[in-house]
Design a protein around this ligand. Structure first.
Ligand code: SAH
Ligand code: MG
Length: 221
């Protein structure tokens, strides 16, 4: 997003409670890439309006986005998966401190294998938030699809990755494979026969894919 607009929007955000500032400071100190404030605010608004009863998050980090989604929809139940042991432990401590009603279940492990073993939860989730390894988004999506109810939605963060995804002129040697994979993800979800997808250039780029079995009948692709 344009820097001037970003600063303008940041200044309009409500003042943050102490627990939010605490988590943001932890993330900064340990270099954990948590959701940016404006992107987070946007996702919270989606969650607030839809009030999903069961949310699945892929990539907990230190628990920031899970707790903020819960702030937006306190009656939701959230399952969140984190691979890294250190972050898992930090998230666990943060949830103990800030998730007083125990609405968040934290799972340690690789989301790819954990979701593969979640077959009994088919159609259980109304919202799935993908925010983990950017090279694996298509794999997460396929697994998420089977766990997502019809009329549910999948949100993916970082789909424009610093704008590189849209920039075909710039040579990103270091990020080439991530950028290509995110392009594949964006192409896939915007062309998918059972999803309506909208990609919003907020924060690092957010894709919202709404699952609708109707789509294949009305808009054959
Ligand atoms: N959603 C968090 C930030 C997550 S950062 C927030 O905004 O607050 C991305 C996290 O995904 C990292 O902590 C990383 O360890 C985790 N991750 C990466 N690949 C993963 C995988 N395959 N399964 C589970 N977690 C993964
Ligand atoms: Mg992210």
């Amino acid at each position: 997003m344009d820097e001037q607009i970003t600063n303008y929007l940041l200044a309009l955000l409500p003042e943050k409670d102490n627990w939010i500032v605490d988590l943001e400071e932890q993330a900064q100190k340990d270099r954990v890439p948590i959701m940016d404030s404006i992107g987070m605010d946007f996702i919270m608004q989606l969650i607030r309006m839809n009030k999903p009863s069961e949310i699945l998050e892929i990539g907990t980090g230190i628990g920031y986005s899970a707790l903020r989604m819960l702030e937006a929809s306190p009656e939701s139940t959230i399952t969140t998966i984190e691979k890294d042991e250190k972050r898992y432990n930090q998230a666990k401590a943060n949830l103990k401190k800030y998730d007083n009603r125990k609405k968040v279940t934290l799972v340690q492990g690789d989301a790819l294998s954990i979701m593969t073993n979640m077959a009994e939860h088919e159609g259980k989730f109304d919202c799935i938030f993908i925010d983990a390894a950017k090279g694996q988004y298509e794999k997460y999506f396929d697994l998420a699809d089977s766990l997502l109810i019809n009329n549910g939605f999948i949100i993916a963060d970082n789909v424009l990755f610093r704008g590189y995804v849209a920039d075909y002129d710039f040579e990103h040697r270091r990020y080439k494979s991530i950028v290509n994979r995110l392009r594949e993800y964006n192409k896939r979800v915007t062309n998918h026969s059972s999803y309506h997808t909208s990609i919003v250039p907020v924060g690092d780029g957010v894709a919202i894919s709404f699952k609708s079995s109707e789509r294949s009948h009305t808009n054959e692709k």
